[in-house]
Every structure is written in structure tokens, then in C-alpha cells.
Design a protein around this ligand. Structure first.
Ligand SMILES: [Zn+2]
Length: 161
């Protein structure tokens, strides 16, 4: 998966000092591979320090058994543990290694280059691609009401006639 560093700039109003955007590596740890309390593993940016953090959010699995049914639920324990803090690429490598530890093989995530074909879906960079006819990117779709006229400037189609 491609992950864009620029997607982590917007602060989370519910968690001051941290990015709204997060990437989840996994939602839980399989019981057979669990030497730690069950948790979700996610990547976020600490906007105060500028570091990227890979953190665990712990939850407890609760099983309620009745005579004719069983309910399995997860209770968020409200506990977080920052497992790694550092640069964007280092944090991504750490997240990948933790994923492999509990879930097995995984294609390593890649740093978004903000341009097709190495552009993440959530990428906030490379806006110039939106009006550049020379790029062969499938995302470089020009606004259909504008065309390049022979002055080299962008002009609404209605003003060209
Ligand atoms: Zn990007």
C-alpha cells in the first residue's frame, strides 16, 4: 500500500496534537499468535513533535455464553501505547514488521511520491497533476470546462468564443 506523508497534516479535534488521518495495520491479534493483550495497531503523526508514531490501542475480548447463543464483543480499554516514534519511513517499516510478526507475510508499504503511479489514494500533494495535459496519469483529468488556448493560458470555454 502507498501511504502519503502529507495526509497526516490535519489535526484531530478529538485527540489534540495528533493527526486526524491514521493508517491501521491490523484491528486485532489472532489468539494463536498472541503473547500480548489484544490490540489494534495504527500509524499517526504527533503534530507537536513532528514524529510519526506506531501505537497500540488495547481492547479486551469478552465472551458472553447463554444456553442458546454466544456473544463475542470487544471492549476498548482506553489504553494506548506508543511502540515506535520516528521518521515517516522508519515508522512505516516498524508497522510492517509488527504486522508480519502477528499476521504473517505482507508486501511492504511504500512512501507516496505524490505522482502517478506512486501516488496514494489519500495523497494531498501533486495538485498540478489535475490540470497538466502532458501527464499520462489516469488521475490527471482536466476540468472539462477549461481548455488550453493558443495564448498558453487557461481560460473558461465560454470566454473563448
Ligand atoms: Zn502523496
Amino acid at each position: 500500500m502507498l501511504i502519503c506523508e502529507l495526509s497526516f497534516q490535519v489535526p484531530d479535534s478529538d485527540t489534540p496534537g495528533y493527526s486526524l488521518h491514521e493508517v491501521d495495520y491490523y484491528a486485532g491479534v489472532p489468539a494463536c499468535n498472541r503473547d500480548v493483550p489484544n490490540h489494534r495497531l495504527s500509524l499517526r503523526k504527533n503534530l507537536a513533535t513532528g514524529n510519526f508514531e506506531v501505537y497500540r490501542r488495547y481492547f479486551r475480548r469478552k465472551v458472553v455464553t447463554k444456553p442458546c447463543f454466544m456473544v463475542i464483543s470487544s471492549t476498548d480499554m482506553g489504553l494506548e501505547e506508543v511502540m515506535f516514534a520516528g521518521s515517516f519511513s522508519e515508522a512505516m517499516a516498524y508497522g510492517d514488521s509488527e504486522y508480519r510478526k502477528y499476521h504473517g507475510g505482507k508486501e511492504p508499504d511504500k512512501v507516496c511520491q505524490h505522482e502517478w503511479p506512486n501516488r496514494a489514494v489519500s495523497c494531498k500533494g501533486g495538485q498540478k497533476g489535475m490540470i497538466n495535459h502532458t501527464q499520462s496519469s489516469p488521475e490527471a483529468v482536466p476540468c472539462r470546462f477549461y481548455e488550453v488556448v493558443n495564448t498558453g493560458k487557461w481560460m473558461p470555454k465560454s470566454l473563448q468564443e
